[in-house]
Design a protein around this ligand. Structure first.
Ligand SMILES: Nc1nc2c(ncn2[C@@H]2O[C@H](COP(=O)(O)OP(=O)(O)OP(=O)(O)O)[C@@H](O)[C@H]2O)c(=O)[nH]1
Ligand SMILES: [Mg+2]
Ligand SMILES: [Zn+2]
Length: 319
């Protein structure tokens, strides 16, 4: 016989949606609670975002609402991983420097599109640097392959294939590559991230075979997405695992990366670093630099090196 629920019951659960300061939590017992935090909410994390999608939390029931059970979050458990970025403080009034986009993820799925918006390898490189720094598994999904008429996209992606990054080519429109995507997501907790309009929500709708998420148009003048998804949401996959849809980003400002440690997150640099004349070589202007030599001899992709320089510069500007 089911025990009668009493107000004040303490439960554990997972945050599946964040809207403003309201958090939807599914308890381990499978009930959905609408939660808020209170000044006494404790956290085991030192990140500034108190609660993010994917967080494991302890909650205490307060009352039974009209639509949902209501509860307060008393504790946010330590995150075993997180997709984070540095906030653009010029745009955001929040005092928090780091935004946690998704917590406790097993893998980061970087979504780009072949066209509309155009494929940005600079953005891919930023995500890869982050993923390497956090030792997060990464998959790159190149969507909208139905708009591709030449080999250009695959050529742009060639350096990543050589570096052994997992790449999937999909078309949510024509439903191609979906089987491979389902397979990569099965049994894991994955977060999809990328520019607005690349098709993250459309891909997820395709996986479920129904329109669970709202999808948008791209602006005809700029080719940029219109930021259709406004908050992160987690869905349970039909065959096990979870997927988090996140709002499209304008920029992925790296958090936790310094000019000094950046070099370690371009994995193809590592074998060439011993050839630098200075152990503290920044691989930017120094003579006798193993990295610059490897770029000249074709062992390091020049575009990847350009990304390194661009990120190196941006770190100085940001911090
Ligand atoms: N041609 C083509 N269009 C696609 C494909 N996938 C998505 N689209 C279209 O691209 C537009 C944007 O798709 P969304 O799924 O809303 O993109 P999103 O990445 O979720 O965007 P945000 O929520 O703003 O971050 C929609 O008009 C989709 O129909 C595809 O494979 N091919
Ligand atoms: Mg979306
Ligand atoms: Zn060097």
């Amino acid at each position: 016989m089911e025990r009668k629920r009493v107000a004040g019951e303490v439960m554990k659960g997972m945050v599946v949606e964040v809207t403003g300061s309201t958090y939807m939590v599914i308890t381990d017992g499978g009930k959905v609670f609408r939660c808020r935090t209170f000044p006494g909410t404790k956290t085991e994390n030192d990140f500034s975002s108190l609660v993010a999608v994917g967080d494991r939390v302890v909650l205490k029931e307060t009352e039974t609402g009209t639509e949902f059970f209501e509860a307060v979050i008393t504790l946010v458990e330590r995150r075993r991983s997180a997709l984070t970025r540095k906030r653009d403080l010029r745009r955001n009034r929040s005092k928090e420097k780091v935004q946690v986009i998704a917590a406790n993820i097993d893998q980061l799925v970087v979504v780009v599109s072949a066209f509309d918006p155009p494929l940005s390898t600079r953005l891919i490189d930023r995500y890869l640097v982050f993923a390497e720094s956090e030792q997060l598994k990464t998959v790159i999904v190149v969507n909208k392959m139905d708009l591709e008429e030449s080999q250009e996209t695959r050529e742009l992606m060639e350096p990543y294939r050589i570096l052994d990054y997992r790449i999937l080519y999909t078309s949510a429109e024509e439903q191609s590559g979906m089987k491979a995507l389902r397979k990569v997501l099965a049994g894991k907790l994955s977060a999809l991230s990328g520019h607005s309009g690349v098709g993250k929500s459309t891909l997820i709708n395709q996986i479920f075979g129904e329109e669970l998420l709202r999808t948008g148009e791209t602006n005809e003048k700029t080719g940029k997405g219109l930021h259709t998804t406004s908050s992160a949401i987690m869905l349970a996959l039909p065959r096990g695992g979870y997927i988090i849809d996140t709002p499209g980003i304008r920029e992925f400002n790296l958090s936790g990366i310094t000019r000094e440690n950046l070099r370690f997150y371009f994995k193809e640099f590592l074998p060439h670093m011993p050839e630098c004349a200075y152990s503290s070589c920044t691989h930017t202007v120094e003579p006798e630099c193993g990295i610059q030599k490897a770029v000249k001899s074709g062992h390091i992709d020049p575009e990847r090196y350009e990304s390194y320089l661009a990120i190196y510069e941006s770190i100085d500007r940001d911090s």
